[in-house]
Design a binder for this molecule. Structure first.
Ligand SMILES: [Zn+2]
Length: 287
């Protein structure tokens, strides 16, 4: 039986994991700087968990200011095998009603200028990303929502925009035309980095509003978003506790943990020793 460590990155509204026992807090430094805040470790339903608030303590970081590389690096360094991303999102479809939960399976990356890879500086690699989330961890999230009778959607596509301003009406229509069901600001590059770090990654999205496309609806105001978010966060905590019950001893049969087997192009002998040492938590399994 394997012992997994399940990391959770909490988005807007989710700044802690209630019910966590034997809590310790770790300040981590990484080659990319500090993560969004200290990493909280503990046990939930018998499973070892790590928690990080994406926007920092007191919500001080905008989506574009989040040090995604430091966040994923820190969690991997502390032993994470799985990463559940929780994020507040806008709905681009009538049927994705505010207050409902969504398991995201695909992304369209519309962010700009974010550092989105652990490669570079002398190590080149390309990971497979056609299926950007872990099917097993996604199923666990889905089952966790269903078991609690929460309204939940599966197989959704999320467009990730730079923000921090919400979309114009024209942009909102454009995202719909591109095939997106949801609009968010943080799942990218988080999902790409998690894949490179060989973590099982899944995304529980909490629908807070209808974005700007739905002309008859009240245009998005952040106050409305915050109110719906509070009720969503309670559901997310329930789902996470449910997932924790089984995730600790889950036997991985997905390919997330062996992503780098055929991804790195650079010859090991050509990579500077200092870089190998620095990137050991990410590339150490294969280099
Ligand atoms: Zn996986």
């Amino acid at each position: 039986m394997s012992e997994n460590i399940i990391a959770v990155i909490g988005g807007s509204g989710l700044y802690e994991l209630p019910g966590l026992q034997d809590v310790t807090t770790t300040d981590v430094d990484t080659p990319f700087g500090k993560p969004s805040g200290p990493v909280v470790s503990g046990t939930l339903q018998g499973t070892r968990m790590l928690f990080l608030a994406r926007h920092g303590q007191g919500h001080a970081l905008m989506p574009g200011e989040v040090n995604f590389r430091a966040n994923v690096f820190a969690l991997k360094q502390l032993g994470a095998t799985h990463l559940i991303s929780v994020s507040a999102v806008g709905s681009l479809r009538e049927e994705f009603v505010p207050g409902e939960l969504v398991v995201v399976r695909q992304y369209i990356d519309r962010t700009r200028g974010r550092r989105s890879t652990f490669f570079g500086g002398g190590i080149v690699g390309h990971v497979m990303f056609a299926e950007p989330v872990c099917p097993e961890l996604s199923s666990m999230l889905l089952q966790g929502a269903v078991a609690n009778d929460f309204r939940v959607h599966d197989n959704a596509v999320m467009s990730v925009m730079e923000g921090p301003a919400f979309s114009t009406r024209a942009e909102s229509h454009l995202h719909r035309q591109m095939g997106a069901d949801l609009i968010g600001m943080t799942a990218m590059p988080e999902a790409k980095l998690a894949r490179e770090a060989e973590l099982c990654y899944a995304n529980l999205a909490l629908v807070t509003d209808y974005d700007a496309w739905r002309e008859e609806a009240e245009a998005v105001s952040f106050r409305v978003v915050l109110d719906t978010m509070r009720s969503n966060v309670e559901k997310a905590r329930t789902v996470l506790a449910q997932v924790a019950r089984s995730a600790g001893s889950h036997e991985r049969t997905c390919t997330c943990g062996t992503t780098l087997d055929a991804a790195i192009v650079t010859q090991r002998s050509d990579i500077p020793a200092a870089l190998l040492q620095q990137m050991k938590p990410i590339f150490g399994r294969v280099l």
